[in-house]
Design a binder for this molecule. Structure first.
Ligand code: EZ4
Ligand code: CO
Length: 412
């Protein structure tokens, strides 16, 4: 028994991805995703310089012990860099264990609790016409739930709207005619909360009118509101029956959600930037949210996110794992296995990866009639084509940031 090799592979097919590949003395390999969008090389260093030396000769079977050793043994706890690195090790060990057992990972996690995972995609448009076209395109692709992001009159460039810098940097699309998006410094976007709060309910009214009451609609506030502004938005969206309102306010201060919750029955999702169970301690115990947004990749792997979701289950809070293109196919596969196995699955975010990414990462998952399934290959069901990966070296890329009209930096 024992790990004989641990390689950190950086590749940038359509965007940057960091992958950990572990090999055992029996030649079994496991993959883990360690991609932290915009700060990728910090995790590479954490892994290569500090974690890999600790892995060589470790017994790959002891997943819980390895998790505790990497978490407690570092002395310095939590944080996105640490937790993404631990997640990569954890997922690679689960991949190895499931391959050795000859089972898809979800079988080791308790077996399937459902036939497939309901997924939502990202519809967006600067104008209502563009937005409606985007929703229709998603429905044609088979999506049965959509996130709706819209332009705001008076704001030139904002989060989540196709054909601006956000899409390139955030969705990771490499426009061949726009190489400057990659390797460029962070792009500035605009923000004005009052304009946004006035406009968004009119958009949801129009979308409900056009697409009817059945379609689950989601919206991402992307941390921009104060608690009272978030409460106002939640309340003004109530007539449109949202599946959830995401990241309505930054929640480093968990108590802020009390104020939002007192004022609105719109379901709340939070936590794509959280990385441990402790970030959720109060908001779960007080039932201040409805969905946990953490991804396997950013919250300490299968071992830790499963623990967190079991805690959430006691309070009827469900999963809504983060699934943007900056979670690699390895991280997505881990999410699908975990989501299939747990009882309190809610919904899975799913944005399709680019063609180059799908050549670098061969995947067994299926996407049919709006539902995802991880497939039945032993392990995660993902393999990394090292030759393809080698064709795409790392390219520096930043997420955008926001400024208000007077130049003040605002949450992005
Ligand atoms: O901005 O993944 O809900 N999805 C999101 C994403 C995040 C990016 C940041 O890397 O908020 O689009
Ligand atoms: Co989000």
């Amino acid at each position: 028994m024992g790990i004989v090799a641990a390689e950190v592979i950086v590749t940038s097919p359509d965007r940057n991805f960091v992958t950990l590949k572990l090999t055992t003395d029996e030649g079994v390999t496991g993959l883990g995703d360690a991609t932290l969008n915009g700060r990728e090389l910090a995790v590479v260093s954490y892994l290569r310089d500090h974690v890999v030396p600790l892995l060589i000769d470790r017994d790959e079977r002891n997943i819980e012990d390895t998790w505790q050793f990497l978490y407690r043994g570092a002395y310095w706890r939590r944080g996105p860099v640490t937790m993404a690195a631990i997640a990569a090790v954890d997922v690679a060990l689960w991949d190895i264990k499931a391959k050795r057992a000859g089972m898809p990972l979800y079988q080791l996690l308790g077996g399937a609790s459902r036939r497939g995972l309901l997924a939502y995609g990202h519809a967006s448009g600067k104008s209502l016409d563009e937005l409606f076209d985007s929703i229709r395109a998603h429905l044609e692709q088979g999506y049965r739930a959509v996130r709706v992001q819209t332009g705001v009159p008076g704001l030139a460039a904002i989060y989540g709207i196709a054909s601006n810098a956000t899409t390139a940097a955030n969705a990771g699309v490499r426009y061949d005619h726009e190489p400057a998006q990659r390797g460029a410094l962070a792009v500035q976007e605009d923000w004005d909360t009052r304009r946004y709060l006035r406009h968004v309910p009119t958009v949801f009214e129009a979308v409900r009118h056009e697409f009817g009451p059945e379609l689950p609609l989601l919206h991402d506030g992307h941390h921009r509101m104060t608690p009272i502004e978030a409460a106002q938005l939640g309340r003004s969206l109530e007539p449109y029956d949202l599946f959830w309102l995401e990241d309505c306010t930054p929640a480093e201060n968990q108590e802020a959600l009390r104020l939002v919750r007192q004022h609105t029955t719109t379901p709340l999702a939070i936590g794509e930037i959280f990385n441990t169970i402790w970030d959720y301690q109060l908001i779960i115990r007080e039932q201040l949210i409805d969905y946990v947004r953490s991804a396997v990749t950013h919250a300490g792997g299968i071992t830790h996110l499963k623990r967190l979701l079991e805690y959430a289950a006691q309070y009827q809070i469900k999963s809504g794992m983060h699934g943007p293109t900056d979670v690699s196919p390895v991280g997505m596969a881990a999410a699908l296995h975990l989501g299939l196995a747990i009882h309190n699955f809610g919904i899975q975010e799913y944005m399709t990866h680019g063609a180059r990414t799908n050549e670098v990462f061969e995947q067994s998952f299926t996407w049919r009639d709006g539902y995802l399934h991880p497939g039945d290959e032993p392990g995660l069901g993902v393999s990394l084509n090292v030759d393809e990966a080698g064709k795409y070296p790392y390219e520096r890329a930043y997420l955008p940031y926001n400024r208000l009209a007077d130049g003040t930096v605002h949450d992005w």
